[in-house]
Ligand binder design. Structure first.
Ligand code: GLC
Ligand code: CA
Length: 554
């Protein structure tokens, strides 16, 4: 099948609030992104994904939308957006928006109308149920804590919200609700954007509204079993494809938690899938939250390789180590001490040379680290703070609850982008909405641009190599040494051309157990001499001797 433009692209996520403030109010904005487009272009970025910038009461930093066709005033105006889109296109970059349509804000006019009366023609656009003897309709818990149902006093019914109570779920079973969603999606696409990252989309299909088992008598329980990737979700999504995506040359990537690699093609087959690509996070869940134990590298390799294999001949997987919901990859898989720089580079090579569309989350290319906060008041992410308090109320020590918070809260990667060593890291001239990490004194774009050995320059080079090497874009993937606890090694092969990627994902030196006959070292993160062992977090890219045509078909 013909190669799509996005198959050779590198994507970059901008979390607007924390990227670049242009007017000193401490909040990142569209004009700030416009200022930084040359930086992204120089890095080699092809696709810029903007986290939600729509009108929102900001209960969940914009993932609660009250008007999909208006820009949040804090971020600028529609003219600012148009200017950004125009400039990005002029630079050969594409812009992908966040599409959040599992839910709206409770302040969206669709919901306000739906809530206005049981007889509203829009009542069924959301999910309304009667309570049971003064209790919610069932015992489903919300992902953000507490019950997934909220009572509407006026009508006496409850509405479903899988996330916060200010984020009511849209009823995707209702054709009228789907139609207004698709009209909005088409409006953006007609405007000329290049696609969407589609938020929380594996939750749109809800199963029967029965109670779930509650062995501990908690009252409400985790409800994923009833709404995460349930049978029928792809049928609902086919409407989205047929009414909005089909026939357009766009890039779409689904945030599809709970989807198994064996189901990948239903989601991303070029022929009859729904999306161009998919985010999977199996490899990111393989750790313990307070960071006391080392992760299992064989399990991470297995998780990533499963998805490589599932999309070997059709479909595409997004390659991702970080996003705005996760902790920083150097904290989780690498080192923030002695081998900070080596590990940031090693992780970059480990994931970015796999097959798929690589995503970089802002600051990852600098090796930015988790928030260095020591006080719960420094954090902003409401659900995590609520869980922190609940654990204490249930008897956990404050210290332990804080450790869990610190190890998992989404704010870890929402600290402002570190542009330079000045106060507030060049992010704002005012007071940032969330504090800048104090290590911006040395981890910052300005420093790293000037240092040829920096993490930033490593990313730039890696992106260039990837883009100029068809085998690293289209070639097949084969995992080597699956059980090795320290080395992540794999091959990429296209026709007679073959590349070998070897990464020592550990702080210990390890002997090199792979034969590299005739291999030419192309790139790596140690400048000084080759050794027979891999130094801490050493990574290497080899071009191997050409295979003969016969060997290549074996
Ligand atoms: C996704 C987003 C997350 C948001 C949630 C609800 O998981 O990445 O930030 O809170 O959906 O929209
Ligand atoms: Ca601003």
């Amino acid at each position: 099948m013909q190669q799509a433009w996005w198959e050779s692209s590198v994507a970059y996520q901008v979390y607007m609030r924390s990227f670049q403030d242009s007017n000193g109010d401490g909040i990142g904005d569209l004009k700030g992104v416009l200022q930084r487009l040359p930086y992204l272009q120089e890095l080699g970025v092809d696709i810029v994904w903007l986290s939600p910038i729509y009108l929102s009461p900001n209960d969940d930093n914009g993932y609660d939308i009250s008007d999909y066709q208006a820009i949040q005033p804090e971020y600028g105006t529609m003219e600012d957006f148009d200017a950004l889109l125009f400039d990005a296109h002029a630079r050969g970059m594409r812009v992908v928006m966040d599409l959040v349509v599992n839910h709206t804000s409770d302040e969206h006019p669709w919901f306000i109308e739906s809530r206005s009366s049981k007889n509203s023609p829009q009542r069924d656009w959301y999910i309304w149920h009667d309570g049971k003897d003064g209790n919610p309709p069932n015992n489903w818990g919300s992902i953000f804590g507490g019950s997934a149902w909220e009572l509407d006093e006026a009508s006496g019914q409850y509405y479903l919200h899988l996330f916060s109570k200010k984020m009511p779920d849209i009823n995707w079973e209702n054709p009228g609700a789907r139609e207004v969603v698709f009209d909005m999606v088409n409006w953006w696409l007609d405007k000329g954007i290049d696609g969407f990252r589609v938020d929380a989309i594996s939750h749109i299909k809800k199963e029967d509204y029965e109670d779930l088992p509650d062995p501990d008598g908690r009252g409400c329980v985790s409800s994923f079993d009833k709404h995460l990737n349930r049978p029928g979700v792809l049928e609902l999504l086919a409407h989205l494809k047929n009414n909005a995506f089909a026939g357009r040359d766009i890039f779409t990537v689904a945030e599809a938690n709970g989807v198994n690699s064996t189901e990948a093609l239903g989601w991303v087959s070029k022929k009859d899938g729904i999306f161009s690509s998919i985010f999977q996070f199996e490899h990111r869940s393989l750790w313990n939250m307070d960071g006391t134990e080392r992760f299992s590298l064989p399990e991470i390799k297995q998780a990533l390789s499963k998805w490589q294999d599932a999309t070997a001949t059709d479909g595409n997987v997004a390659l991702v180590l970080e996003n705005h919901d996760l902790t920083r990859c150097v904290n989780k898989f690498g080192s923030t001490g002695e081998y900070w720089k080596e590990s940031a580079k090693c992780l970059a090579m480990m994931y970015m040379l796999q097959k798929g569309v690589p995503f970089i989350y802002q600051g990852q290319e600098l090796g930015m680290t988790d928030a260095d906060y020591t006080d719960v008041n420094d954090y902003r992410d409401a659900p995590a703070i609520q869980y922190y308090q609940e654990r204490i109320d249930e008897g956990m020590s404050q210290e332990k609850s804080f450790r869990i918070l610190k190890g998992s809260i989404r704010d870890n990667c929402r600290t402002p982008m570190q542009w330079d060593a000045q106060e507030n890291g060049g992010f704002t001239t005012g007071t940032p909405w969330i504090a800048v990490n104090s290590n911006h004194s040395f981890i910052n774009a300005d420093n790293e641009q000037r240092d040829p050995d920096s993490v930033l320059n490593f990313y730039k080079k890696l992106i260039q190599i990837r883009k100029n090497t068809q085998t690293l874009i289209l070639g097949s993937y084969r995992l080597l040494l699956p059980d090795d606890e320290q080395i992540y090694a794999y091959e990429r092969t296209l026709g007679t051309e073959n590349y070998l990627i070897i990464c020592n994902v550990s702080a210990q030196e390890v002997s090199l157990t792979i034969d590299i006959p005739g291999g030419a070292l192309i790139f790596g993160n140690y400048l000084m001499g080759l050794t027979n062992s891999l130094r801490p977090y050493e990574c290497r890219l080899y071009r191997m001797a050409q295979k003969t045509a016969k060997e290549a078909t074996l």
